[in-house]
Write a protein that binds this ligand. Sequence first.
Ligand code: ADP
Length: 363
Amino acid sequence: MNKMDLRSRLFLSHLVVMFVGIVSFVVISKISSPRFFVLHLEKLQHEGFDLLDVRTDLVDGFEIAWSRSTLWSVLAGTSAAVGLSYWVSRRIVQQLTEMEKITQRFATGQLDSRLPLSEIPELNRLGASFNRMAASLEGVEVRRRELIGDMTHELRTPLTVVRGYLEELADGGIESSPEVYLSLIKETKRLERLVNDLQELSKAEAGYLPINIQPVNLLPLFKSLVHKFADQLLEDGPVLQLECPSILPLVMADIDRTEQILVNLLGNAVRYTITGTITLRAWAQASQLHIAVIDTGIGIASYDIPYVFERFWRADKSRDRHSGGTGIGLAISKRLVELQGGLIEVESERGFGSIFRFCLPLA
Ligand code: ADP
């Protein structure tokens, strides 16, 4: 079935309303006006006017006058109404067509396209909510592009190293030896870690990570983590200690995600601390449980602190690449803390150590 467009519909509905109005006006006045006129004449006759000779002329004259003036008023009214309804329907439809064009432009990739304001409140609200959606999609797209840019950059280095080794081996430039294979294994492990971290990060950033928040006691987790990490420390390395009250209040948190955050923070502390102490401290304050990982390691320079939670950021790119750091751990930790309604901060001084602190709401 051929569907009528909105403009024709609006125009036609105006015409129908107008037509019904005119027809009822003409019919009712055609039936009632002569009667009223005749009644008026009879009243005049009762009052003593002699209208007998002119009565028929008067009635005919009235009817002619009525028909003419009705014809002119119908013509003038119809043209005014047709013009006005054409203008109104055109104005509404024009704005809708403009909106359609802009949304199509947005769909083809022009993400900065926005709908203009309209003086029709409903269209204005529709435009405002489209603009909000467009801004958030534009943000997602920008983050996606940045992530892909950073990711390709990070993946390229180990891939180049692996290809270099393999080409040298193929050309006979280097002898195959256990060391060469160990280097290859190290680079591929790094690639594997990078891919795993990226998967976690993209899930956390897109909000796809299932977060199961419930009242939990974190003390057993703290104890087991300290035990696990203490086992990894060398004899002459730093000492790992737990400082927290023997009874901890319950917090609203996802225990697995909290463990992931602490593994990242403790792992970094172990990696960047040669001697001294690493302390896992927890205390309750102002309806929050504060958790801090404090180390006496190499610290972070004050000008680097603002970038610490950015993905792929490493204070010393080449050294950390060598030590296996991907620069993603803290970006994931930050997102995981935020997903649980908390905040993460860092305080650090180059050469003296760092404090990574986050809080979780008490249950
Ligand atoms: P990485 O896998 O490289 O450790 P992170 O996101 O966990 O990635 O850390 C980013 C960078 O922040 C590290 O490369 C390091 O330069 C710095 N950093 C993190 N934790 C510490 C710390 N406890 N002491 C000193 N520097 C740190």
